[in-house]
Design a protein around this ligand. Structure first.
Ligand SMILES: Cc1cc2nc3c(=O)[nH]c(=O)nc-3n(C[C@H](O)[C@H](O)[C@H](O)COP(=O)(O)OP(=O)(O)OC[C@H]3O[C@@H](n4cnc5c(N)ncnc54)[C@H](O)[C@@H]3O)c2cc1C
Length: 806
């Protein structure tokens, strides 16, 4: 049962029906489209840095022109193409990165110069334009047409649409079903979907879900018809202009301009939800605020300046703090789904519906859904944070984000107890799941010069990496998600849900993957056995809510297991490098020798007088070292002691940029990058983490994949990078396939110790052979890459085991 009949709800209903759920019902309080959808400008662009989001867009622009034939409902699709303008060198670099995404997503794009822009759009003033990103299959559509068509298509397949019926409440029943209370009676359903647009936070609150959206006020204006456009046969492409912060297009021979204001942007209705009877209404326009942007748009498109305004449309757009809609399970009890928060919902409604329908019906989608998952926001995403960051997101709609660049507002929500100390040491923080986490240390205080190319962090990160490899490094990694899994059935439970064998002895740890029945990787956990009925599990910071669900949802009825989230209770220090043992031993009396404290073991030790420090002999950088899990409030004591003890050994603080470089040298995979819900352990070349001699969820599928061979397989590449390393989602080419990408990178870094740029990628299995040569499209340069047979650094794990040297 779907609450809300906008483009998102209708898109989902249609695709659920296509997937075979003919008993789905959509309930809408007014008429279909009467929320935000009816008055949208209807543009459907392709340009996007994210491969998964691009796939959503591509699906929509392929579907909409066909919808009339598919559903019998008229749809007016204008396939006029689009050009995004670049006025700076970094914007041109961005185009090069997105061009790579276009190759993978399969839509036609070209980076064109001013002459061709002029040819395609003779009415623009482009003196300050360096290049254009031409997307041939962009278009615009009447939002009501596609919504009605998808609703009709769903009805044709047996789904139901109930109009003029407000949902009043949602309750969870003891059976695990949901009772949806409407003005006209109750509906008990297995699955409930919140697609309530501007009301989604109110609807979510009924079941205790905090939905981080803000309703931003957005306008566009339309002029009277203009002679030059009446005389023109072909429709002009839609222009997206970072200089005027606006989209500019033709609309029934007039000009439509939609600016995204910067300083004056604000939320609607003073941050309150709309009235329940708000239906197909406009919000009073605020043209004065738009004036500076409209003036610029007039300079860019002088015909606009000469034409009379005919229409002003102003309404609410839902924005999330990261600008991406929420689509997937809500945290907590199963089968409550979010499908809301879209700010480009007309374009995305078709694809968003398709992929959520796959997830709901089949348990997984064919694309990586992580960036849409509502559980990427926790309670830290408060209403104030959401409003502040959504405003910033709106203001930056046309801003060129360089890799790593984040909003400055809404920061310092979650900090470790070392935050002040790290800041003083020059930490350059990034926000991850609300936490501030150091990327690198800049004692000069200049801060990061964000760029698509290697930038001012390069030398410092190199120093940090070399310190870890040659001496010793210290990192605050308190951001780990941390869980305790306890109870008489905890061992059997973990044995069943993890592909790897759970340690038979207390004080040992393993890397465990949670697969689904199809064998794809849903989670990756480091599991430490504290006692036969007590385990400590660690996972990625961003997976805190997600993994909680993964763990709790897998508990079988009657199984005596409890899962608790202890993330905030412990801070984590990573001490790693050949001198790590020397440093730690001067702060503890514990036996740190290889016999007493071997690799992949854990002990509770006392460090700097602090008792109960969980020390795990493991790390993600590939050196002798310990992760020290310290009660959060005691972290400063341990940190100060280690820093002091480390001084004679040349200890250096390091951040996540260095960690990424070091893990690439060791060929360690990362959850969310190499390990995703599209991939199984065999494809990821991680079979050694599957204990086939026991039963575990996904075993049969993994064995099948092993026997039949995966379609794609992970390769570890040495890349002849020039001045930027792989960010992931770059196409990989092979001589046998010419210009057809045969693979995609998942990420990379320069390995400073080995002096080599490195990347991971998935390629067609037949080509995944050591020594095989490829080309990778890195920011416009097709550079050579070669498959490595083993990790570039310490392939035999001598250094982690500390069997060699010290
Ligand atoms: C001026 C403007 C221009 C835009 N231009 C574009 C564009 O060019 N391209 C683009 O892609 N996007 C554009 N958008 C954004 C787009 O309109 C939205 O992203 C999209 O409409 C969101 O769809 P939705 O289904 O999530 O929300 P909505 O369309 O608001 O639908 C939600 C529905 O839920 C119903 N509902 C809520 N609560 C209940 C309840 N309790 N019971 C029953 N029903 C309920 C509401 O009545 C509503 O109909 C624009 C938006 C605006 C305002």
């Amino acid at each position: 049962m779907i609450i809300g009949g906008g483009v998102m709800g209708a898109g989902l209903l249609y695709h659920l029906a296509l997937e075979g759920w003919h008993d789905a019902v959509l309930v809408e309080k007014g008429e279909l489209t009467s929320g935000s959808t009816w008055h949208a400008a209807g543009q459907c662009p392709h340009f996007n840095s994210s491969l998964n989001m691009t796939r959503v867009h591509v699906y929509g622009t392929e579907l909409y022109p066909k919808l009339e034939a598919l559903t019998g409902q008229a749809v007016s699709w204008h396939g006029c193409g689009g050009i995004r303008l670049a006025c700076t060198d970094e914007e041109v670099n961005w185009f090069k990165q997105v061009y790579g995404v276009s190759r993978l997503a399969g839509y036609e794009a070209h980076i064109i110069g001013p002459a061709e822009i002029r040819e395609r759009h003779p009415f623009l003033e482009i003196g300050n334009v360096k290049a254009g990103f031409l997307t041939v299959s962009d278009g615009h559509v009447a939002p009501a047409d596609i919504t009605m068509a998808m609703a009709a298509g769903a009805r044709n397949l047996g789904a139901e649409v109930v109009r003029r019926t407000r949902v009043l409440d949602v309750n969870l029943l003891p059976s695990g079903e949901w009772r949806v209370i409407t003005e006209k009676g109750d509906i008990v359903c297995q699955h409930v979907v919140n697609a309530a647009g501007s009301y989604c936070d109110v609807v979510g609150a009924w079941t205790g879900h905090k939905v981080p959206i803000a309703n931003m006020l957005h306008h566009y204006v339309i002029t009277e018809p203009v002679k030059e456009l009446i005389d023109r046969k072909e429709e002009l492409p839609v222009i997206r202009d970072p200089w005027s912060h606006a989209y500019l297009r033709e609309e029934t021979n007039g000009i439509l301009i939609g600016p995204y204001e910067t300083a004056t942007a604000h939320v609607c209705w003073d941050g309150r939800p709309p009235r329940w009877d708000f239906e197909s209404e406009l919000i009073a326009p605020e043209l004065d605020r738009l004036a500076p942007f409209l003036e610029r748009a007039g300079e860019r498109f002088p015909l606009f300046g000469r034409a009379g305004l005919k229409n002003v449309v102003s309404g609410a757009i839902t924005h999330t703090p990261d600008g991406t809609y929420l689509s997937g399970p809500a945290p907590g009890p199963r089968n409550y789904w979010m499908h809301c928060g879209a700010s480009v919902g007309i374009c995305q409604g078709g694809g968003a519906g398709k992929y959520l329908a796959q997830w709901m019906v089949h348990g997984q989608a064919e694309i990586n859904m992580r960036e849409f998952d509502p559980r990427r926001f926790g309670d830290w995403a408060t209403a104030d944070y959401t409003a502040a960051v959504s405003v910033a997101d709106y203001q930056h709609m046309y801003y060129c984000y360089k890799p790593g660049e984040q909003h400055e507002v809404g920061r310092e929500l979650r900090t470790s107890s070392l935050h002040g100390r790290l800041k003083k040491a020059g930490a350059q923080f990034a926000q991850i799941f609300g936490w501030e986490r150091a990327r690198w240390y800049d004692p000069s205080g200049t801060g990061e010069a964000y760029s698509f190319k290697r930038s001012n962090w390069w030398d410092k990160v190199r120093e940090e990496c070399l310190a870890v490899r040659d001496r010793v490094g210290l990192m605050d990694l308190s951001t780990f998600a941390k869980f305790e899994i306890t109870g008489p059935d905890a061992l059997a439970f973990l044995e069943r849900i993890c592909a790897n064998r759970i340690p038979a002895r207390d004080g040992r740890l393993i890397l465990g993957h949670l697969l689904n029945e199809s064998g794809v990787i849903e989670s990756e956990l480091t599991v430490t056995r504290l006692a036969p009925d007590r385990f400590y599990a660690l996972s990625a910071a961003a997976a805190q809510l997600y993994d909680m669900d993964q763990l709790r949802w897998r508990i079988a009825p009657g199984e005596r297991v409890a899962v608790s989230d202890v993330t905030d209770a412990y801070g984590v220090l990573v001490l790693a490098g050949p001198r790590a043992r020397d440093v730690l031993s001067s702060c503890t009396a514990a036996d740190l020798g290889n016999a007493g404290f071997p690799w992949l073991s854990a002990r509770e030790i006392t460090v700097a007088g602090i008792e109960g420090v969980r020390a795990l002999r493991v790390n993600y950088v590939g050196e002798l070292g310990w992760e020290l899990h310290v009660p959060m409030d005691r972290m400063p004591v341990v940190f100060d002691a280690l820093v002091a003890a480390g001084q004679p050994h040349g200890l250096r603080l390091f951040g996540t940029y260095a960690m990424n470089s070091l893990r690439m040298e060791k060929a360690y995979r990362g959850w969310g990058a190499e390990l995703t819900n599209e991939i199984g352990l065999v494809a990821a070349d991680m079979e050694r983490f599957a204990a086939f001699d026991k039963d575990f969820t996904g075993r049969a599928a993994t064995l099948r994949e092993k026997q039949q061979g995966p379609k794609i397989r992970l390769v570890y590449l040495a890349v002849d990078a020039i001045d930027n390393d792989s960010y992931g989602n770059e196409p990989i080419y092979h001589a046998s396939a010419g210009d057809r990408p045969i693979g995609v990178t998942t990420g990379g870094a320069f390995g400073h110790k080995v002096g080599q740029s490195l990347a991971f990628g998935y390629v067609e299995t037949s080509l995944a052979r050591p020594g095989e040569r490829f080309e990778v499209l890195l920011m416009g340069n097709r550079v050579n890459a070669r498959v490595l047979a083993e990790p570039a650094w310490d392939p035999e794990n001598r250094r982690i085991r500390a069997n060699a040297g010290r």
